[in-house]
Design a protein around this ligand. Structure first.
Ligand SMILES: NC(=O)C1=CN([C@@H]2O[C@H](COP(=O)(O)OP(=O)(O)OC[C@H]3O[C@@H](n4cnc5c(N)ncnc54)[C@H](OP(=O)(O)O)[C@@H]3O)[C@@H](O)[C@H]2O)C=CC1
Ligand SMILES: O=C(O)C1=N[C@H](C(=O)O)C[C@H](O)C1
Length: 244
């Protein structure tokens, strides 16, 4: 049996993760940690899952790695630069393993992968992401990851063409891609990537309507985190999208 401690267990995603762990063969729930509990209550678990807030997540990860647990991070805010700080520590110790998943929805992972493919063919690219009003961070972790993938795909082509980005309403640039965040009622999680070309436009649009969208990805990542050492970024590294 693999025992799992869930941090952020009383939140929307934490509750879903606890339900999944309780139903999944070979897994058992070790502890539910909320903001009023000591992290030490997670000690002894094989795996720690983090679904908290970007400000707290680094301390949770630090605790889990120090306690030599395998770690699955769903919390947003883990940009490539932030992950790099954890990477040196994890790669230096062959028994440590951590998986960062910016988005557990299979459709979203596909959309980000398609965006990386399209990035070489269009110079004009912008991301608009819309989330529920309760989301405290912006841009979303998914948008940051998508922009980073676009930037990496264009490494030899250079930055995207984004005019007038000195104006505030032109969004935040991530890997040169302008990202625009909407926070409002009536939306759960949506991302649209616009690719502008000569006389044409390609639009990649993904929408998750609720927590159900993330369940399959969480199951998949739980199975992987037990076996996998080192640093893994993204569900796309755990499934065959047919792009490698
Ligand atoms: N990777 C993915 O596919 C997805 C990622 N997310 C991300 O996951 C994170 C959580 O989202 P969501 O569940 O919707 O948010 P919620 O606000 O519903 O839950 C966050 C939880 O974090 C807890 N928390 C805050 N500080 C601490 C702490 N110091 N120790 C332990 N727990 C703490 C809160 O506890 P309390 O209630 O006690 O204050 C709260 O229950 C966000 O960053 C979000 O962007 C969300 C959806 C999908
Ligand atoms: O807070 C959310 O809801 C979500 N957060 C993640 C993000 O920041 O990208 C994943 C998904 O978009 C839902």
């Amino acid at each position: 049996m693999t025992s799992v401690a869930v941090v952020g267990a009383h939140g929307r995603m934490g509750r879903l993760t606890c339900e999944i762990v309780e139903e999944l063969d070979g897994f058992e729930l070790h502890s539910r940690i909320g903001s009023h509990d000591a992290l030490e209550q997670a000690a002894g678990a094989d795996v720690l899952v983090d679904f908290t807030v970007p400000a707290v997540s680094p301390a949770v990860v630090d605790f889990a790695l120090s306690s030599r647990m395998r770690v699955l991070v769903g919390t947003s805010g883990w940009s490539r630069d932030r992950i790099a700080k954890v990477e040196a520590r994890v790669t230096a110790d062959p028994e440590l393993g951590i998986i960062f998943v910016p988005n557990f929805s299979i459709g979203s992972v596909l959309a980000s992968s398609f965006a990386a493919t399209a990035a070489r063919f269009f110079d004009s690219i912008e991301i608009v992401e819309a989330h529920h009003a309760g989301k405290v961070d912006s841009p979303s972790g998914t948008a940051v990851r998508t922009a980073e993938l676009i930037g990496a795909a264009r490494a030899e082509l250079g930055p995207v063409e984004a005019p007038h980005v000195d104006q505030r309403a032109r969004g935040q640039q991530v890997s040169s891609v302008p990202v625009h965040s909407v926070r409002m009622a009536g939306v759960s999680a949506r991302q649209t990537v616009y690719f502008g070309g000569t006389g044409e436009r390609l639009t990649l649009d993904h929408e998750a309507f609720g927590e159900d969208a993330y369940a399959a990805g969480i199951r998949l990542a739980l199975a992987a985190v037990v076996e996998r050492t080192g640093v893994t970024i993204g569900l796309d590294q755990l499934i065959d999208l047919g792009t490698r």
